[in-house]
Design a protein around this ligand. Structure first.
Ligand code: UT7
Length: 330
């Protein structure tokens, strides 16, 4: 059986660091509140108005190809998970392909908010498993600062900008993607969204005046659903595959809130030494969090390690992926 294995990871974050103390200068917040409620200390914010999500994605993909010693022309398919596309169309995937010179690839964007990367991974893996493609790139990228109201302390302290990318290739040694469990529930859409800019509320003076082009989040409602769903889906993929806590080497959880991550790990019965975490440095980069974690932790992951990736986000969308890591990083 052909499995889809991650054979390289890369990431990109803008240079500019915005700390909690920086935020104190323009919203009524403080480092103590942000740190204790979320775990975030700082995030990256792109200040150059000429740069967009595709630029971050393109940097990640260029590094990915360099690390794997392949030409971008070898990429068959590029899927980009994002809720902050450069524009409605063309897709950010198309723009990334053009920027990196992936001229033989086709691609599309996938809208699943914070679950964008796991949805993309599960989708891209199908093209490898069927033998249709040999090199599929999954990008998770979001420039959240472009849709944040920096006068709303409930949302602007949580998010940041960043992108990550992985390369999927066929593996016949049993390593790679083993299983996934994915869910969605559009009834949750009302709790977390960006109301305007689509066909329901096209851009108008009213939508701008009413701040409808920014992230809207009912924090507590999302928190409650996230804690339940992340724990439920991670334990269900373990039960389905008869995996015990001892079998799991790494939990790779979406970085929305340290408290959600800790509750998930506790339900799985795994200690903090097995939990990847970088929320303190990047905040919530939406589709970027999981590939950025893999990029940060790459050197510590060993061939054959069992990883559980898990995310919850706008939609609602949520799910888990079980994969066996396929290489030792040099
Ligand atoms: O990634 C997509 C999925 N998203 C998530 O998973 C996010 C889930 N939600 C959360 O992580 C949390 O709900 C938040 C971090 C967004 C908020 O934390 P919370 O513990 O749920 O706070 P809260 O909304 O219940 O607010 C508690 C208090 C309120 O004040 P009062 O009414 O108790 O006086 C807020 O006005 O904290 C206040 N508050 C703040 N204070 C200082 C809200 N934001 C801030 C802030 N600084 N930035």
């Amino acid at each position: 059986m052909i499995r889809a294995a991650i054979t390289a990871v890369a990431g990109y974050v803008p240079e500019n660091v915005m700390t909690n103390t920086d935020l104190e200068k323009f919203v009524d917040t403080n480092d103590e509140w942000i740190t204790s409620r979320t775990g975030i200390k700082e995030r990256r914010i792109e200040l150059d108005p000429t740069k967009a999500t595709s630029d971050m994605g393109a940097e990640a993909v260029k590094l990915l190809c360099k690390k794997r010693h392949i030409s971008p022309e070898e990429i068959d398919l590029l899927i980009c998970g994002t809720v902050t596309p450069d524009m409605s169309f063309p897709s950010t995937s198309n723009l990334i392909c053009a920027k990196v010179g992936a001229k033989n690839a086709w691609g599309f964007d996938l809208t699943a908010a914070c679950s964008g990367f796991i949805y993309g991974l599960a989708t891209g893996a199908q093209f490898i498993e069927t033998g249709r493609h040999k090199k599929v790139v999954i990008v998770g990228a979001d420039m959240m600062s472009r849709i944040l109201d920096f006068t709303d302390r409930a949302t602007c302290v949580i998010f940041g900008d960043g992108a990550g990318a992985v390369l999927l290739e066929p593996s016949e040694d049993g390593l790679g993607m083993q299983d996934f469990v994915l869910h969605s529930d559009g009834n949750g859409g009302k709790h977390l969204n960006m109301p305007a800019g689509g066909s329901l509320h096209p851009a108008s003076h009213d939508t701008v005046n009413n701040k409808m082009h920014y992230v809207y989040q009912e924090g507590q409602a999302v928190f409650k659903h996230a804690v339940y769903a992340m724990a439920e889906v991670t334990t269900s993929i373990m039960t389905k595959n008869k995996l015990t806590a001892n079998d799991i080497k790494w939990l790779v959880p979406h970085q929305a809130n340290k408290r959600i991550i800790e509750a998930t790990a506790e339900r799985m019965g795994i200690g903090p030494d097995k939990v990847m975490m970088n929320i303190e440095r990047y905040g919530n980069t939406t589709a970027g969090t999981l590939p950025l974690l893999l990029w940060d932790y790459e050197k510590q992951i060993k061939k054959g390690d069992n990883l559980i990736l898990s995310a919850f986000g706008g939609g609602f969308t949520w799910g888990s992926i079980w994969l066996k890591w396929s290489y030792d990083s040099k």
